[in-house]
Each structure stands twice: as structure tokens, then as C-alpha cells.
Write a protein that binds this ligand. Structure first.
Ligand code: 5GP
Ligand code: MG
Ligand code: MG
Length: 180
């Protein structure tokens, strides 16, 4: 699996340092607030696990799964709710944790969902932000690990055809992997 990677962009140590920095920041933001921290499946699983260990506060955690429909080669922008959270979000301080914000559509869908359900706040922590790919300009994460180039990344939760999520780092695949 490691042989399929052309370039490592963010090493395990670099990612860990980002989790420590973000965790300290979020500890200050949420101290005494008992937030509900929601992991967006499946890409945010490794990041969620490392991030919450750096937050020295009481919290609840939950999981949601959404998928975006793609009509042909173009994203249609339609988002499907695959698995909902278990907990009531009304009156809760919500922290959404996801892997990467690209067009911003997933984030827009999730923020609306929790605001409509009466969350008292919805903040967003993203491991990575790809600002050049944004189609919804107002969709900004509140806390970001790395601003990344407009390339297709894998590892540390991010997949290509379901694989590579278990790499401990984020990297770029060799072109021959796509070409098959
Ligand atoms: P958005 O709705 O912002 O366009 O898309 C966000 C989702 O697209 C991410 O949660 C992720 O699943 C996927 N995505 C966006 N960029 C990349 C990338 O570079 N690599 C991989 N593997 N997935 C990506
Ligand atoms: Mg995702
Ligand atoms: Mg994917």
C-alpha cells in the first residue's frame, strides 16, 4: 500500500502536532460547555480519534454519514443522509469534525441540518481545507489543520475507491494507480 504513494504531504508527526494545536484551542472554546462532537463518517475517523484525545473537557460524541451524489463526472450537489446521529442536538453546542472541505456542499448540508434542529451553536473543525475548490464561498471551517493544494489526496481517513484510509499520513497517489 505504501508503494502506491508518490508524495507524503503531511507526516504522522505533522498531523499529530496539528491535532495538539487544535485540541488546545478547542479546549479553551468548549471548557464548561459539554459539547456534542460529531464525526463525519468515514473520512474523519482517524482525525476524530486523535483530536478528541487532545481536548481536556467533558464531551459527548456521535457519528453521522452522508454521501454526495455524482451524476456522470459532475457533482450534482445533492447530499444523501446515510446514517443519522443518535442524540438529540437541540440546545446543544455542536462541533462537527470532518476530513476535508472541498466544494463546501457537505458542510453546508450538515450546518443547515443541525441549525434546523435547534443546535445552540455549530462550529466546524476540519483536518484540511482546499480553498481553490470551493463553490460555496461562505462555507468556511472555524478550525483548520492544513490548507491544502487542489489535488486528490489519500490517507489518514481519505480514500480512493474505499482504500488507503488506514495510511497514517496524507499523500498523493502515483498516477498509474488511477490509470489502473
Ligand atoms: P465537498 O462537499 O466539500 O465537496 O466534499 C467533501 C468530501 O469530498 C470530503 O469529505 C471527502 O470525502 C471528499 N474529498 C474532497 N477532496 C478530497 C480529496 O482530495 N481526496 C479524497 N480522498 N476525498 C476528497
Ligand atoms: Mg467526508
Ligand atoms: Mg471518499
Amino acid at each position: 500500500m505504501n508503494d502506491d504513494i508518490q508524495t507524503v504531504l503531511y507526516s504522522e508527526a505533522t498531523i499529530q502536532a496539528a491535532c495538539e494545536r487544535l485540541g488546545k484551542q478547542l479546549t479553551q472554546v468548549y471548557r464548561g460547555k459539554n459539547p456534542l462532537v460529531i464525526c463525519v463518517l468515514k473520512g474523519a475517523v482517524p482525525f476524530m480519534a486523535d483530536l478528541i484525545k487532545q481536548m481536556d473537557i467533558y464531551m459527548d460524541i456521535d457519528f453521522i454519514d452522508v454521501s454526495s451524489y455524482h451524476g456522470g463526472t459532475q457533482s450534482t450537489g445533492a447530499i444523501e443522509l446515510v446514517k443519522d446521529v443518535d442524540q438529540d442536538v437541540s440546545g446543544r453546542e455542536i462541533l462537527l469534525v470532518d476530513d476535508i472541505v472541498d466544494t463546501g456542499r457537505t458542510l453546508a448540508y450538515l450546518k443547515d441540518l443541525f441549525q434546523d434542529r435547534g443546535a445552540s451553536s455549530v462550529r466546524v473543525c476540519m483536518l484540511m481545507d482546499k480553498p481553490e475548490a470551493r463553490q460555496m464561498a461562505e462555507m468556511q471551517a472555524d478550525y483548520v489543520g492544513f490548507n491544502v493544494p487542489n489535488e486528490f489526496l489519500v490517507g489518514y481517513g481519505l480514500d480512493y475507491q474505499g482504500k488507503y484510509r488506514n495510511l497514517p499520513y496524507v499523500g498523493i497517489l502515483k498516477p498509474e494507480i488511477y490509470q489502473g
